[in-house]
Ligand binder design. Sequence first.
Ligand code: PHE
Length: 504
Amino acid sequence: GTSAVDIQQEILSCIEQNGNVNSLDIARKLNIAHQKIVGAIKSIESLGNVITVKQDTKKSLECTEEGRNVANDGSFEARLFNSLPPEGSPLAEIKANFPNANIALGAAMKYKWVRKDGEKVVRAIPTIEDQVQAHLQAILTGAVESVPEKLRADYKKRKLIKEIDLAYFEVSKGCEFTTKVTKQEAELTKEMIESGQWKGKNFKPFNFKSKGRLEQRSGHLHPLMQLRSEFRQIFLEMGFTEMPTNNFIESAFWNFDALFQPQKHPARDAQDTFYVADPAKTITVPEDYLERVKKTHTVGGYGSTGYQSDWSRDEANKNLLRTHTTAVSARMLYRLAQEGFKPVKYFSIDRVFRNETLDATHLAEFHQLEGVVADYNLSVKNLMGVIKAFFEKIGITKLRFKPAYNPYTEPSMEIFSFHEGLKKWVEVGNSGMFRPEMLRPMGIPENITVAAWGLSLERPAMIMYEINNIRELVGPRVKMELILENPVCTINKFRRPEPPNRGT
Ligand code: PHE
């Protein structure tokens, strides 16, 4: 092929001889695609004042996709002619199988290339010349004028060619005209600097007009993790401190017993909880605290009668994948009591595990958000107030509380919010005041109450992304586009726009 520098050289010699050149003429003369000539002109232009370039457009013709197809493989009528065996082919077969059979047959008959012989189509002459193909090949190279005007109109009707505005260039000598093109250096190297060669080099100027890549790929947070960081921000704005949640494996003691969850509670069944086989038992539990927990479960205390049933240390020692982040809250409240109580606001957002039947809205692992407020004489009103403030931050203002039951809270309330899309109340969380049977064995003083609430991270995420199947949010079926095109801030997606006011 002709190298880029060769083409530039040709263009410059042409200008030297004729004073100026037109990019279309030179493309035809050199039989090189016009686009390549344009590229070469641009390269010479970037050298400085070697040439002067003027751009103009003119009406021209271009092959359509079908036209290019014909230019490459021949017209349908020629293809039909070439496909006919010496004995001919049945007309019905051609009509059924040959691409564009009607057009091909019509044209081949008109040119008298083929004729009908009973039910068959046979060749009428031994060889043909595919003029349509030749013309389209000419148009491909820009030699539009070589095709008779009448035929151009015909090809246009057949949608083999179409009219375009063709941009071309008139090139003439610049004030520093030369026919000697030297390859420009694109890079200043260490060797050039050391040897001093750079002094004699011709460097390619920077192209500050270059568009660069439109889409820049970069790292993206998974939508769920992004939502987590936004929720984290909300908790921090509200003055909450994050609890350390970096232990997925927990003992039954902290996950259940510390929370006054009876050992016979169905949630502790292996059907609901994943127990860990190795190591199967926890190593240490604070012994004095464990004694108080055991006593509260078996005989009661702090005004409670307890469960009045057996309590097994072996059961409490079992390791499991934590079923809720309330296990972390229990550890933190115990620690707070040991360090000397002071009012606190804690939160956590992390993964929990449940041995559940998997379906469109449930996975065996998901994320929980949890808020805990411990202070002197807090009441249910304080709990409802802080939950309202929290949900308001994500644009959820319609809240309802429904009495519920948790072994570790009294009272307990499920939190419902009005879903504008579904037009119904949906459960968004669970809450309550931690029971004295949980707090007092820890050493939390009597005049302290603790309000807490929890919700899954996946539920609001599914509502926000309008995803009905959780597998489209978590796991191998997540679409890359969801992650790449996800806006930087997602939480305000909760804030559905007000319905437009249409007046009355
Ligand atoms: N632990 C509860 C759950 O898993 C949520 C909760 C947290 C309820 C705190 C009350 C208080 O659903």
